[in-house]
Design a protein around this ligand. Structure first.
Ligand code: ADP
Ligand code: MG
Length: 238
C-alpha cells in the first residue's frame, strides 16, 4: 500500500494537495492534463520531491524523510533510464550494486531478468544500438533485479507505437502479478489505462479528483474535468 496523508507541495504558482491510498498489489493508472502534477505525485512517492507538509507511507513504513535510494521503490521514466556509455548487462547490474560488486547469484538474476524482457542477445550492446522499446526493456529488467514492492512509471512507453506499448504493458502486468507489486503508472493514453490498470485516477490542478476501478472511472459522469479532458475519445468506439 502507498499512502499520501495530507501531503502538500508547492512550486511558486502551483499548490498541490494529495490525500490518497494506492492499494497493495493494485495497478493504478494516473491520467489528466499536462502540468496537473502527475509527475510530481510520483516524485513525492519516490522521494525526488519532499512534501512541505504531510506524510508518505509505503506499507507501514513512514518514508517521508527517506532519500529515494532507501525507499522500497523502482521508478521508470519516459527516457534517460539508461547510461549511454554502459552496455545493457551493466545497466541492469547497476540495479543490484552501484559498484558492480556482484555475487554469482546476482549474475544469474541479471541473466534471468534479461531473458524475461527478451534482451539476452542484446546484453553487450550499448543503448544507442537499441530501439526506444528495447531501451525501456532494459529499464524494466533493472526494476526486476532491484525487486522493490512499488513500481512507478512516468509515461514510460509514450514514445512507442500501439503494438509495442501493449507488449510493454503485458510485461509490466506480468511482473506486477508475479511479484504482487503496487504499480502506479502515469499515461497520456486512456487506452493504456483501460488495458492494464485495475484502478485509474484522474488528476487535475494538483488534486486527485477521483480514483476508482478503471471501468467505473471511464464510465463516470460525475467527475469534474474528466469529460473535457477525454473529449471525443470516450465516444469513439471505446
Ligand atoms: P504533469 O506531470 O502532470 O505534466 P508536473 O508534475 O510535471 O505535471 O508539473 C506540475 C506543475 O508543477 C506544473 O505547473 C509545472 O510547471 C510545475 N513544475 C514541475 N516541476 C517544476 C520545477 N522543478 N520547478 C518549478 N515548477 C515545476
Ligand atoms: Mg509529467
Amino acid at each position: 500500500m502507498i499512502r499520501l496523508a495530507d501531503v502538500t507541495f508547492r512550486y511558486e504558482d502551483m499548490e498541490m494537495y494529495f490525500d490518497a491510498v494506492f492499494t497493495a498489489a493494485s495497478f493504478t493508472a494516473i491520467i489528466g492534463p499536462s502540468g496537473g502534477g502527475k509527475s510530481t505525485l510520483l516524485n513525492l512517492i519516490a522521494g525526488f520531491e519532499v512534501p512541505q507538509s504531510g506524510r508518505v507511507l509505503i506499507g507501514t513504513q513512514d518514508v517521508t524523510a527517506l532519500p529515494p535510494d532507501q525507499r522500497p521503490v523502482n521508478m521508470i521514466f519516459q527516457d534517460n533510464n539508461v547510461f549511454g556509455h554502459l552496455d545493457v548487462w551493466t545497466n541492469v547490474a547497476l540495479g543490484i550494486s552501484p559498484r558492480l560488486a556482484l555475487s554469482a547469484e546476482d549474475r544469474e538474476r541479471i541473466d534471468t531478468a534479461l531473458a524475461d524482457v527478451g534482451l539476452v542477445s542484446f546484453k553487450q550492446r550499448k543503448p544507442d544500438e537499441l530501439s526506444g522499446g528495447e531501451r525501456q526493456r532494459v529499464a524494466v529488467a533493472r526494476a526486476l533485479v532491484r525487486d522493490r514492492p512499488v513500481l512507478l512509471l512516468d509515461e514510460p512507453f509514450a514514445a512507442l507505437g500501439p503494438a509495442l506499448r501493449r507488449d510493454m504493458l503485458d510485461l509490466v502486468t506480468a511482473m506486477q502479478k508475479a511479484r504482487r507489486l503496487t504499480v502506479v503508472m502515469v499515461s497520456h493514453q486512456p487506452e493504456d489505462a483501460q488495458y492494464a490498470a485495475s484502478h485509474t485516477a484522474y488528476l487535475e490542478a494538483g488534486r486527485i479528483v477521483a480514483l476508482r476501478p478503471t471501468a467505473e472511472l471511464f464510465a463516470a459522469t460525475d467527475i469534474p474535468g474528466l469529460a473535457a479532458y477525454l473529449g471525443d475519445w470516450r465516444s469513439i468506439g471505446q
